[in-house]
Design a protein around this ligand. Structure first.
Ligand SMILES: [Zn+2]
Length: 76
C-alpha cells in the first residue's frame, strides 16, 4: 500500500462574487441556485456572517476547517 496521499483541488466561481477559488466540494458552504448548490468563497462567507450578526439573525455555522482547501483523493 502506498503512503503517498493524493490531493484534489476543485475550482469554481463563487456564487456571490464570481471569483474563481479552490474549495473542498463536500465541506464548502454553498447556496442553492435554481436547485444547484453553488459554492461560496471564504471572504463572501465572512461577509454573510458579519451581515447576519449585524442584523441579529442566526449566523451560519462555521464550515469544517478544510472547506477552502484541497481534498484528499481518498474522499473523492
Ligand atoms: Zn465570493
Amino acid at each position: 500500500m502506498s503512503d503517498r496521499q493524493g490531493w484534489v483541488t476543485v475550482y469554481g466561481p463563487c456564487v456571490l462574487c464570481r471569483q474563481m477559488f479552490a474549495f473542498h466540494p463536500h465541506h464548502v458552504p454553498s447556496t442553492p441556485v435554481n436547485g444547484v448548490r453553488e459554492p461560496m468563497c471564504e471572504s463572501c462567507f465572512r461577509r454573510v456572517q458579519a451581515a447576519q450578526r449585524a442584523q441579529g439573525i442566526p449566523v451560519t455555522p462555521e464550515p469544517p476547517p478544510d472547506a477552502w482547501d484541497s481534498m484528499p483523493e481518498s474522499e473523492l
